[in-house]
Design a protein around this ligand. Structure first.
Ligand code: ADP
Length: 188
C-alpha cells in the first residue's frame, strides 16, 4: 500500500507513521527526519537546509522532490510506503503524481490527521523533543507556512478521491484505531 500521512505540524504524523509501519509492515519515509539526519551528519544537503529548517520555512520543492525520488528507488519501498511530511506543497504533489505515473503505480490513501490550530501549538511546545524549530516563534511560522502553502494540498487530493479524514484528537491508540479502520477497509 502507498499512503500519504498528512497533517499540520504537531498533528502526530510521526507517531502514527511508526504505528502503521509496525502493524501493516509498510516502511515509512519522513522528509523531516531525512533533513534532520543530513544536518546532524553535516552533509552537503544538511548544510544547504539547516538555516531553512531553523527558520520554520520550507525547503525548495526541487530539492525535496529529488530527495524523495532518490529515496523511493530503494528496493525496500517497492511494495509500498508511508510518506510523512511529503508532499507539502501543490507543486510537490504534482511532481509526486508524475513519479507514480512513471512507475505505473497508484496512491491508495491520503490519510489526513485533523487537529485544531490551538491544540497544535500546545502539543508541540509540550513534546520536549529539543528540536531547534520547536520554539513558540518558530512554531507560529510553521503553522502559517502550513496554512498558506500546505493546506491547499488537501483540496488537491480531495479532488482525486483518495482523501480520508481522521479525527486527530484523542489518545494515540484511539487515533491509530481510526487509521487502522480506514486502511483495512481500503484493502478490501
Ligand atoms: P513538522 O510537521 O512537525 O513541522 P517535519 O519533521 O515534517 O515537522 O518537518 C520539519 C521541517 O523540515 C519543515 O519545517 C521544513 O523546513 C522541512 N521539510 C520537511 N518536509 C518538507 C517538504 N516536503 N517540503 C519542504 N520542506 C520540508
Amino acid at each position: 500500500m502507498r499512503i500519504i500521512l498528512f497533517g499540520p505540524p504537531g498533528a502526530g504524523k510521526g507517531t502514527q507513521a511508526k504505528l502503521i509501519e509496525n502493524a501493516f509492515e509498510i516502511p515509512q519515509l519522513s522528509t523531516g527526519d531525512m533533513f534532520r539526519a543530513a544536518i546532524k551528519n553535516e552533509t552537503e544537503l544538511g548544510k544547504k537546509v539547516k538555516g531553512i529548517l531553523d527558520s520554520g520555512q520550507l525547503v525548495p520543492d526541487e530539492t525535496v522532490v529529488d530527495l524523495v525520488e532518490e529515496a523511493l528507488s530503494d528496493p525496500k519501498f517497492s511494495e509500498g510506503y508511508i510518506l510523512d511530511g511529503f508532499p507539502r506543497t501543490v507543486p510537490q504533489a504534482k511532481a509526486f503524481d508524475s513519479l507514480l505515473d512513471k512507475a505505473d503505480e497508484k496512491l491508495h490513501a491520503f490519510v489526513s490527521l485533523e487537529v485544531p490550530d490551538e491544540e497544535l501549538m500546545k502539543r508541540i511546545l509540550s513534546r520536549g523533543e529539543g528540536r531547534a524549530d520547536d520554539t513558540p516563534e518558530k512554531v507560529k511560522v510553521r503553522l502559517e507556512v502550513y496554512n498558506e502553502e500546505t493546506a491547499p494540498v488537501l483540496n488537491y487530493y480531495k479532488q482525486k478521491g483518495v482523501y480520508k479524514a481522521i479525527n486527530g484528537l484523542g489518545t494515540i491508540d484511539e487515533i491509530f484505531g481510526r487509521i487502522k479502520a480506514v486502511l483495512n477497509s481500503n484493502k478490501k
